[in-house]
Write a protein that binds this ligand. Structure first.
Ligand code: AMP
Length: 361
């Protein structure tokens, strides 16, 4: 594994050009690094703050090779980068996190199998590869349940609730997929997540567990730290650190979990990149999730994850961003806008973090 320490002025390649790439590039710039974005889409918020952009498809072999030769290391801000692209680039320049980690996190079946092997508790689940398998899964898991496409599902996309009386064929059709998992519906008290970082040398750092509240299947608010018992908070961090070590992460990962009524902690899913529920770390911690990723891919020591303040992070979704002048006028509110050209319903346009004096551990 490559553990070279890259000096300032080196160039970090980033697959994906959204707000996560943008905030990674801003953290990189602070440490004297340049960024080169690789993304296929037209509106690339990360490009506005990066030295270079390659606008090309993820299967453009020539563009991938040229990109790999122009950068010193590569990371990603989007977990659905085709693993073939990552493998191709990695033959020339190291990519962190690697293709093996991505492969698991891109596929809910592989992800759940990995979690089972790692001894990590999840909702009861069964693999669904065709209609007959769905009947078997339904018999094993029971209802209520949720059917999720194995691939390319996020923010509630590719999911169907399966309640008593629901038609299974219709549910399967509505996911738009053939490979799925059926998961028992968890009667959770709250949803939490932990951001964990792991260096190539195996050093691990994590931030405290936070509570996440969703609106219309999209993260709306993150409360840091989560208002859970110290035992639940400790268990959640422990699980995230275990997952990072077991999967061999080199980078930053968001681990989403459910807290059950009996104080159990079940992992829902993992995202091997900076995570929306970690944005508060920019304003409330010694080292943000973005700076930590830069440190890791550049072979620098991990930074302290100490939280100096409590925080509430509110995403500005769609036209909520129109409130920016009022937010700017609010003492202590830290406004982050992503420079997206077009406001659309459901689109993450920015976020605001409100700090308060640190309480508790
Ligand atoms: P996901 O795409 O897996 O993150 O799911 C999106 C959201 O759906 C989660 O944040 C939960 O609010 C809800 N959800 C997903 N899976 C379950 C489950 N097994 N039980 C209860 N709620 C779930």
């Amino acid at each position: 594994m490559d553990t070279r320490r890259l000096p300032p002025n080196a160039t970090i390649g980033i697959f994906g050009g959204g707000q996560l790439g943008r905030m990674t590039a801003m953290a990189a710039a602070r440490l004297g690094y340049k960024c080169h974005i690789y993304a296929p889409e037209g509106d690339i918020p990360a490009s506005q703050v990066s030295a270079e952009t390659t606008r090309a498809a993820y299967d453009d072999a020539g563009a991938l090779e040229a990109f790999a030769r122009r950068v010193d290391v590569v990371t990603l801000e989007f977990e659905n980068i085709p693993v073939e692209a990552v493998r191709r680039v990695n033959e020339i320049t190291p990519v962190h996190p690697g293709a093996d980690v991505l492969e698991i996190c891109q596929d809910r079946v592989l992800e759940k199998k990995f979690l089972d092997r790692a001894g990590v508790a999840t909702a009861p689940w069964a693999e669904v590869s065709d209609r007959a398998a769905l009947d078997r899964a339904d018999a094993a898991i029971g209802r209520p349940a949720v059917l999720k496409s194995a691939r390319f599902g996020y923010d509630g996309k590719g999911q169907a609730a399966v309640r008593a009386g629901d038609d299974l064929s219709a549910a399967l059709q509505s996911t738009g997929a053939t490979r799925c998992i059926l998961e028992g519906l968890v009667d959770f008290v709250c949803e939490i997540s932990v951001i964990v970082a792991r260096g190539a040398d195996g050093a691990v750092a994590s931030w405290p567990a936070v509570e996440n509240r969703h609106a219309h299947h999209i993260l709306d608010t993150t409360i840091a730290p989560a208002q859970v018992s110290p035992a639940v908070a400790a268990k959640a961090e422990e699980i995230a650190r275990h997952v990072a070590a077991q999967i061999g992460l080199v980078g930053v990962m968001g681990v989403e979990m459910f807290v059950t009524r009996d104080d159990g902690v079940l992992v829902n899913e993992m995202a091997p990149r900076p995570h929306n529920s970690g944005h508060w770390t920019i304003d409330a911690c010694d080292t943000s999730q973005f700076e930590q990723l830069v440190r890791i891919v550049c072979g620098l020591p991990l930074g302290a994850t100490t939280r100096h303040s409590d925080a509430v992070m509110k995403n500005l979704i769609g036209d909520e961003v129109d409130a920016w002048p009022q937010i700017l006028a609010e003492p202590g509110a830290r406004l982050h806008l992503y420079g997206k050209a077009e406001t659309r319903p459901g689109r993450k346009m920015g976020h605001v973090t409100r700090l308060s004096p640190r309480t508790g551990k």
